[in-house]
Design a binder for this molecule. Structure first.
Ligand SMILES: [Zn+2]
Length: 383
């Protein structure tokens, strides 16, 4: 057995973060990481990939504040599981999870990883041989913790960067919630905007975390939703204020008359009380340029519809960009925000480019990488 050569970036990021995290019983890091390897299949489970739940942790009310509850279809039927907003929250959430009555007593068994897992293992999973399967993975887990920290020594002169970004995949679910419609545009081939926004947000998240790991940046990435559920407009923006985010990016795809096309990015208008208009504008142009550049690599004629202000009168005010909800007031405004409409997916040519054509997957990855790079650039510029 060895660490898989094609180990996902996500799981490497988890191991790296865990290696760097101070926990009370550092001698238990390898055995707990071994547990997460087993539970998540080296980070390949949907629970891990979509909800940062590497431990197969079911929802318990004591997890409030550490996780949110999500209905999840596992191998052994649908049940409520924990959904974590970040890798950091999963790590803290795991230790919170075993700090509950069914596990009482483990703190007397912390001399070795083996003593610990022999105690909590049978409660954690009733499956016979569970403890032995975890123990068989401890060497790999230790190797991973050791190797993953090595590259950190390399970029000594790289700038240190800390930041929090919120990605907001537009729409979701099947019902209107708090002013947010479940879906708006539908692609020529029938793919819903809400599906595309979520997938793009997850790709941007992965790209951001990869950049952060490679450069030694500390970037927290939080999504307003990680599943096909709708979230109210104010609640989406409030995620930024709760997390004291530096950047908030709402991701949408457009649709109109099957002909109009192009990329456009919205910011809150001055007339609508934007307290950090210039900063929003600079951020929005970075996003607009990144999306345009990525799309033009594959579709050179992609139209630049520019950065636009949301409308001051009547309809068209974008609640998701409302400063107070984002945590911004005139004298303290940490969060730059914009809403990107990546392309008009009801245009058959655009649908082929993004969804059904031979390069569609690569186009979406390129797009996500460009968006992530633009966000990092904006964080670096505003240090
Ligand atoms: Zn939309």
């Amino acid at each position: 057995m060895a660490v898989p050569t094609n180990l996902s970036t996500l799981f490497k990021d988890l191991a790296l973060l865990y290696a760097r995290t101070d926990i009370q019983y550092s001698q238990l890091k390898a055995v707990t990481l071994a547990q997460w390897i087993l539970e998540s299949g080296w980070g390949e489970s949907d629970l891990a990939k979509n909800h940062y739940n590497f431990g197969g942790l079911k929802w318990r009310k004591e997890m409030t504040g550490f996780a949110t509850r999500i209905l999840y279809q596992a191998n052994d039927g649908a049940d409520y599981y924990c959904q974590f907003a970040s890798l950091e929250r999963f790590i803290r959430g795991y230790w919170r999870f075993i700090d509950r009555s069914p596990y009482t007593g483990w703190e007397e068994r912390t001399d070795s990883g083996e003593a610990f897992i022999r105690f909590i293992g049978p409660v954690y999973s009733p499956s016979p041989g569970y403890v032995d399967r975890v123990l068989a993975l401890v060497d790999e887990a230790q190797m991973l913790l050791d190797t993953v920290t090595e590259p950190v020594m390399a970029p000594l002169e790289s700038p240190s960067l800390r930041g929090t970004v919120v990605l907001d995949p537009g729409h979701g679910g099947t019902r209107k919630v708090g002013g947010s419609s479940p879906n708006n545009a539908i692609s020529a081939s029938g793919i819903k905007e809400k599906t595309m926004t979520l997938e793009m947000a997850l790709l941007v998240r992965d790209a951001l975390q990869q950049t952060a790991a490679q450069n030694g940046y500390d970037i927290r990435v939080i999504l307003t939703r990680t599943a096909d559920v709708n979230v109210g407009i104010a609640e989406r923006a409030n995620t930024a204020s709760m997390e004291r985010a530096n950047l908030f990016l709402a991701i949408h795809f457009n649709g109109f008359n099957k002909q109009t096309s192009g990329v456009e990015t919205y910011i809150r208008a001055r007339a609508n009380g934007n307290v950090n208009f210039e900063q929003d504008e600079a951020f929005a142009w970075r996003i607009q340029g990144a999306v345009l550049g990525a799309l033009r690599t594959y579709a050179p004629a992609t139209r630049d519809r520019g950065v636009k202000e949301d409308s001051a009168s009547g309809g068209g005010v974008l609640g998701v960009l409302e400063d107070r909800a984002l945590g911004n007031v005139p004298r303290d405004h940490p969060c730059r925000a914009c809403l990107v409409e990546i392309e008009f997916i009801d245009v058959p040519r655009v649908d082929r480019l993004l969804n059904t054509g031979p390069d569609a997957r690569q186009v979406r990855r390129t797009l996500a990488g460009a968006i992530a790079a633009a966000m990092v650039e904006d964080l670096l510029a505003d240090r």
